[in-house]
Design a protein around this ligand. Sequence first.
Ligand SMILES: [Zn+2]
Length: 108
Amino acid sequence: MEIEHIIPKAKGGTDEEDNLWLACRLCNSYKGIQSDAEDPLTGKRVKLFNPRKQKWSRHFAWSEDGTQILGRTACGRATVIALQLNNIVSVTVRQQWVIAGWHPPTSN
Ligand SMILES: [Zn+2]
C-alpha cells in the first residue's frame, strides 16, 4: 500500500492526516493528481469519492458476481471511471477472491 493524498499536493492538498489515505499502487497510479472527474451519466464534473468523509456503500455497490464496482451516485460513477476501479487486473484478482470465498465483503 502507498500513502495517497486525497487532494493532491499539486492542487494544494496538505500532508495532514485528514488528507491522507492508504491506496494500492495501482489505484494510486490511476488517481494521479485527479480530484474530480466527469460523471459518465450526466457529463457533469464532480469531486472524486473521499474515503475520509463519505460512506462507500452510499456511492458504490458490487456487481452480482462480486467482480465489478458499480457507481450508485454521480460521485461513485465518476470515481469508478477516473480510478479505473474495474481494470482487468483488479477484476481478475476479485474473480479469484470470489472463488476462494473472500469476496465481496459483507459490510462496508
Ligand atoms: Zn487498489
